[in-house]
Design a protein. Sequence first.
Length: 256
Amino acid sequence: MLTSTKNPLVKAIRKLHTAKGRREEQLLLLEGTHLLAEACAVNYPLVTLCCTPDWQHSHPQLWQDATPHCQRVELVSASVLKAMATTVQPDGVVVTAKSSFLAPPQIPCSLGLVLETLQDPGNLGTIIRTATAAGVDGLWLSPDSVDLENPKVLRASAGQWFRLPMSANANLSQVVRQSQAQGVQVVATLPKATLSYWEVDWCCPSLILLGNEAAGLRPELATLADKSVQIPLGQDVESLNVAIAAALIVYEALRQ
């Protein structure tokens, strides 16, 4: 059992706390029982599993499911596990996994999301979770957004990160034009749009554009859209959280 926080494996896993480290190692960091279970459910390629003896004893089935698919398995002390994790109170297991194994989204899509310059990992993870639940079949993310493989994004997605086809570093203008060329309507979310989001016919293939939490969509992207919608707000309310806005629109599309 590993008991020293100076062990080279601790340093190697802590490197995955940063986007630069994840890119260099081509690995991502899964923290917690639920994320590991979701990764196993879709046979996502795992590399190294580290857990405490207490976690191993408490999760015999998941241990049995996960360990044959790992290149390395280590029992570690609670202090070592805490040093490896980004969370304040890790639940006993961290796993490294290969990056860039997501299925890319396809054009045309029935219902897709284009996200420009999103900065908050919690927002992105929540959008991924909601989109998967509502039947969205593709998500494109601009290169200046939060890292798609940020551990907070994975946790906020509640494991749905593994199930939604996604593309980071996407050329959003190109995605929009290619979608339009194949008959997909492109709908921008803008605070001063004249249409409310429920006034659009969402029964046809649609691509929804959502912008930065503070600044919204850039005009260069917004002007490419076929139509624009807004979410009516009460007096003195400037805007909604972008994840809430995404949820309202995709569930309206699902309702129709």
